[in-house]
Write a protein that binds this ligand. Structure first.
Ligand code: ITT
Length: 190
């Protein structure tokens, strides 16, 4: 059983859809460091949480990167969602000619022991394996009431993520892709 340390139930629903019952939500409010790099934030969070929660453990850090806004809100997406709100992020983008954006996700996983067979490992104590996923789309006026967070303003192939069923969003989404990369390494037999 992997403990997914997050306060975000939307993330847990999506991880479960891809990894079955092998994921259990664990709420532990670890201090999130500030960095421009999602992998640095996620790896640091996994180390902090593993000391408190034990292992195996998974932390995910994600964000929306709007091209016309030079990647804003990026690693600050949760803060901006809570302060400006998603509609104002759409309004900031609306006057721009370029409406493209990407969601990015980094999963950090540690189980205490050596992870040398993982494709990307951040050395440290304990070592942390990281898996990344990314999806490109467009920022649009809010539509749909599924999903969570910025889903209503992120359009992929003519529909927003909030207009898709969770399984369908998982097929295309940054988190779905990061989880697939993780699952391909983690395997079915643990
Ligand atoms: P934890 O840190 O507890 O896991 P969080 O929601 O604070 O939960 P992050 O720090 O990783 O997560 O912030 C990610 C932000 O990006 C947050 O505002 C999310 O709503 C948003 N986000 C991430 N993935 C998303 C997705 O698939 N759809 C919509 N918004 C997403």
């Amino acid at each position: 059983m992997i403990r997914f340390v997050t306060g975000n139930e939307g993330k847990v629903r999506e991880a479960r859809a891809a990894l079955d019952a092998r994921v259990e939500q664990f709420e532990y409010n670890y201090p999130e460091i500030q960095s421009d790099e999602l992998a640095t934030i996620a790896a640091h969070g996994a180390r902090e949480a593993s000391r408190e929660v034990g292992e195996p453990i998974m932390v995910e850090d994600s964000g929306l990167f709007v091209d016309a806004l030079d990647g804003f809100p990026g690693p600050y997406s949760a803060y901006v969602e809570g302060t400006l709100g998603i509609e104002r992020v759409w309004r900031l983008t609306e006057p721009e000619t370029d409406d493209t954006a990407a969601f990015r996700s980094v999963i950090a996983y540690c189980e205490g022991s050596d992870l040398a067979d993982a494709p990307t490992v951040r050395d440290g104590d304990p070592p942390v394996a990281v898996f990344e996923g990314r999806v490109e789309g467009r920022i649009v006026a809010p539509r749909g009431d599924g999903g969570f967070g910025y889903d209503p303003i992120f359009e992929y192939d003519d529909r927003t993520f909030a207009e898709m069923e969770p399984e369908e969003k998982n097929e295309y989404s940054h988190r779905g892709r990061a989880i697939d990369a993780f699952a391909a390494w983690y395997g079915a037999d643990r």
